[in-house]
Ligand binder design. Structure first.
Ligand SMILES: [Zn+2]
Length: 122
């Protein structure tokens, strides 16, 4: 029972971290946080997502591109341009890591106003 409870808690907290911190705050700037709470949610997200932690910059850029180019060839994870779901996930992963390692240069309009904490991200 404690393991099941841990897994359920981990699932919902990581989901909350993604929708609250990565999506609404990082990608869309739907609200502001002072530096303390931003650092708090960085750590909260890092702990709750564990090995699935996503870099907020890469997430924000990809998500903004997804909204700007929904279901076109420039959408980084549109299901319409891949043979199957596995191809889509693999290409999404490749583009995500290219953004994390700065191997691709996104449009300037997508590459700003997201939370960063280089020491934690490193
Ligand atoms: Zn969105």
């Amino acid at each position: 029972m404690p393991i099941l409870l841990f897994l359920i808690l981990h699932w919902y907290l990581s989901l909350f971290a993604q929708t609250f911190f990565h999506h609404r705050y990082g990608a869309h700037k739907m609200f502001t946080m002072n530096p303390f709470w931003e650092k708090f949610f960085f750590i909260f997200t890092w702990i709750t997502q564990g090995s699935s932690y996503l870099n907020p910059r890469a997430y924000a850029i990809m998500h903004r591109m997804h909204h700007a180019y929904s279901d076109t060839e420039k959408d980084p994870h549109s299901p319409h341009y891949f043979r199957d779901a596995f191809q889509m996930i693999w290409k999404t992963k490749d583009y995500y890591y290219a953004l994390v390692s700065h191997q691709v240069e996104p449009e300037a309009r997508f590459d700003k106003n997201y939370p960063t904490w280089p020491k934690l991200e490193k």
